[in-house]
Design a protein around this ligand. Structure first.
Ligand code: ZN
Length: 443
């Protein structure tokens, strides 16, 4: 594969921000200093080419939840949202709906310019092999991913062991087979549904495979109250004591981390995925980005994978309270999300378009109405650019979206298949009661 994208404005790095003008050469699935002879040329005149976006925390399994009926008492707090919605949905998932969810989530990610998702999967009645089902679905569309299974004790010891085993099985497969587009982490739900033994087993699996733990942390006060009741310390301290916190760890949310916990997280050099829209939607509070410090990435927590939309919402939510936040703010967490994926793939340049970087990129058909250069790019990101400008997407040197359509599969057929799977999933869900799990320390 040798190609040249001609005539574009190219953002070669988000943080530090670097913008250049001219041709972008690709060779052997990577960005190159120059293309080989006979390279295919793709006209990108008037377009902006950016590194593919990375979503640092999502739940593809929720892709078929959109618009699903809900007949129970409305939830009044975060725990009830889990008990009455998500812990019913995950139990209704079978292999067919896991696959359909992954395909729909991947389709929407790619069409919105996201080339890598860091996913956190749960399907307690279809655990074994579920990560393979997702990896294969994403591979078929050409989406890069970092996967894990959400280990938890809330569904009993058998499923908790099966969760750890699914992580280990998938990590062993990835280590041995090195699939081009999939890597893994060890998944765990959250401190408040994990006993000491399970938490230690998750940390042990992460060490065994030299990967991080991907876990929700301090998303709601319920997590902190449980950790204190259970162990006498707050969430970050509990994770740290369990050996579950290091530079490879990915914590989702961090809304209720206090300053001491933030210091523990910073000392470990762990990454925190900020999910602004989800935090607002679940009314869990707002993460203090000052407290969380430098290594903050951006995720969606399952509200699609459109990082233009997520970064814009996060920016406005921040700006509501902090006029000093500049339009360039989202670029640093977006770059941090890419660094997380880069570490998983052992590709330090992933998330940039520097020579040698894997060719994960997005062509935005954007007629900039004002000058677009390094000085103005952040303003365009917040106030102009969006996923509606995504024309083409390349992952690992292959076009996966061309002219606004998936390149490898018929996306109308994909959506039609998903519709049937969603109807069957919703029928099964209808029969399920709220989950009975109660944390320690009260809701
Ligand atoms: Zn989440």
């Amino acid at each position: 594969m040798s190609a040249v994208l001609t005539g574009a404005t190219v953002v070669t790095s988000l943080d530090p921000l670097r913008v250049s003008r001219g041709d972008l050469a690709l060779d052997d699935r990577r960005v190159a200093a120059a293309a080989g002879s006979g390279a295919a040329r793709r006209d990108c005149s008037g377009c902006v080419v950016v590194p593919g976006n990375v979503c640092a925390h999502t739940h593809l399994y929720s892709a078929l939840a959109r618009g699903m009926p809900y007949a129970l008492e409305p939830p009044a707090n975060f725990l009830q949202i889990l008990q009455r919605i998500w812990w019913r949905l995950d139990r209704a998932l079978d292999e067919e709906s896991v696959r359909a969810s992954a395909l729909v989530g991947a389709m929407e990610a790619l069409l919105s310019g996201t080339t890598t998702v860091v996913d956190h999967h749960a399907s307690p009645n279809a655990i074994d092999g579920s990560l393979d089902v997702i990896a294969e679905a994403l591979q078929s569309l050409g989406l890069r991913s970092v996967l894990c299974y959400e280990t938890t004790d809330r569904d009993g010891p058998e499923r908790s062991r099966a969760g750890i085993e699914e992580n280990r099985r998938f990590l062993a497969r990835v280590r041995d087979e090195r699939p081009p587009l999939a890597r893994g982490l060890v998944g765990a739900h959250a401190s408040f549904t994990l006993d000491d033994e399970t938490l230690a087993a998750c940390a042990g699996a992460a060490r065994e495979f030299s990967v991080g733990l991907h876990v929700h942390a301090a998303e709601d006060g319920v997590d902190e109250r449980d950790a204190i009741a259970r162990s006498g310390v707050r969430v970050a301290e509990r994770l740290d004591r369990a050996g579950a916190l290091d530079e490879r760890t990915l914590l989702a949310h961090g809304v209720h981390l206090d300053e001491q916990e933030a210091a523990v997280v910073a000392r470990a050099n762990a990454t925190v995925a900020h999910n602004a829209r989800s935090n607002m939607n679940n009314s869990v509070g707002r993460a203090s980005l000052d407290v969380l410090g430098g290594r903050v990435a951006l995720g969606t927590d399952g509200i699609g994978s459109d990082m233009f939309e997520e970064s814009r919402a996060a920016f406005f939510r921040l700006r509501e309270d902090d006029l000093a936040a500049g339009a360039g703010w989202p670029l640093a967490p977006l770059a941090e999300s890419a660094r997380l994926a880069a570490r998983s793939f052992g590709e330090p340049l992933l998330g940039t378009l520097e020579p040698g970087a894997p060719a994960d990129l997005v062509v935005l058909d954007y007629d900039a109405p004002t000058p677009l250069d390094a000085a103005s790019f952040a303003g365009h990101w917040i106030f102009g650019l969006s996923s509606r400008y995504v024309r083409d997407v390349m992952v690992g040197g292959e076009w996966v979206v061309t002219d606004r359509r998936l390149a490898r599969v018929d996306q109308r057929e994909l959506a039609a298949d998903a519709l049937g799977a969603a109807e069957r999933l919703w029928r099964r869900l209808d029969d399920l009661e709220p989950h009975g799990y109660e944390p320690e320390g009260g809701s």
